[in-house]
Design a protein around this ligand. Structure first.
Ligand SMILES: Nc1nc2c(ncn2[C@@H]2O[C@H](COP(=O)(O)OP(=O)(O)OP(=O)(O)O)[C@@H](O)[C@H]2O)c(=O)[nH]1
Ligand SMILES: [Mg+2]
Length: 291
């Protein structure tokens, strides 16, 4: 199909998903075909060593792009976005966890917003309790920094305008944090993001989720992404804390030691001023690079 004709590009990243990918693809075809909207279905096979690729290639509706070696969930998504030709991109995982039946509603919603995210009713992922804890804290941090209520930051089911997603590709990581990063990027750029409640199923096949590596990657990325878009959300509270503790101690020193300031008092105030100055500089860089 020619570029311009396609309205929806469905992108599915897949790494060793032979148990589920066939079912997921058949489900997508069954939901998309009756809509009568011109669409393409792209699977990015991320260097799978099982039957994933063969299963996808057996379906004529599917365009298969293969990474010669495994490059990571985020890298697979980036490859998919670059290859997509549709006005809209819908992403879902190849492990059978997301309800494909939500696609029509997501496409409709995109007429009024820039990104639609499936808000999972409950966490069913691998190592559920640890993930829930990490997820809630990171979500709170991201909500504070973007000043938006974020019901689900890293859902794998999402639809977005392709043109807008392309803006952020150089910024997006190769890891599992790709989905969270693009959510924050859209919110920080004041694009309209909408969440719709969806069901979430238990994964088919084995998980490769790595609790410590993936969680720490995730946290770092939230902070870095915020710094990229709105550094003052990070620097202002830090500066204010340092300065208020510093000035508090200064007043204490005035009364307790008759204007003899302790080295820690001077350090607190000076550090506060320096951190504030770095924050202003970071803000200047962001503003200049956007103008
Ligand atoms: N884990 C992993 N997934 C990849 C990779 N490349 C592509 N994917 C696909 O990205 C999607 C999401 O990965 P999942 O492993 O399901 O990640 P998750 O949903 O956060 O975790 P669980 O479902 O609990 O294992 C799936 O469709 C994977 O097949 C990769 O290098 N590692
Ligand atoms: Mg999954």
């Amino acid at each position: 199909m020619e570029e311009g004709e396609i309205v929806v590009s469905v992108v599915v990243p897949a790494f060793n998903e032979e148990q589920a990918v066939g079912l997921v693809l058949d489900d997508i075809i069954a939901v998309m075909t009756p809509l009568g909207i011109p669409y393409e279905l792209i699977v990015v096979d991320d260097g799978s060593t099982d039957q994933t690729r063969a299963i996808c290639e057996a379906r004529p509706q599917v365009t298969v792009i293969s990474h010669p070696r495994n490059r990571g969930n985020g890298a697979a998504r980036t490859t998919g976005v670059k290859a997509a030709k549709g006005r809209y991109i819908i992403m879902t995982d190849a492990d059978g966890t997301y309800p494909i039946s939500a696609f029509p509603q997501m496409i409709e919603e995109l007429a009024h917003c820039d990104m639609v995210i499936g808000d999972r009713e409950r966490e069913m992922g691998t190592l559920k309790w640890l993930r829930s804890l990490a997820k809630e804290s990171i979500k709170a941090l991201a909500s504070y920094m973007t000043q938006a209520k974020i019901p689900d930051l890293n859902s794998g089911l999402r639809a977005m305008k392709r043109e807008l997603a392309l803006e952020f590709l150089p910024l997006l990581p190769k890891t599992h944090s790709w989905v969270s990063t693009i959510t924050i990027a859209f919110l920080s750029s004041d694009y309209v993001v909408k969440w719709i409640p969806i069901a979430y199923y238990k994964r088919i096949g084995r998980s490769t989720f790595h609790p410590i590596r993936d969680t720490s990657n995730y946290l770092m990325l939230v902070v870095r992404t915020i710094m990229y878009f709105n550094p003052l959300r990070f620097f202002v509270p830090l500066t204010l804390t340092l300065l208020s503790v510093g000035f508090g101690k200064m007043i204490y020193d005035i009364f307790a030691y008759r204007f003899h300031f302790a080295p820690s008092t001077v350090m607190l105030v000076l550090t506060g001023i320096q951190v504030g100055a770095i924050g202003l500089l970071a803000d200047l860089i962001v503003r200049r690079s956007k103008s």
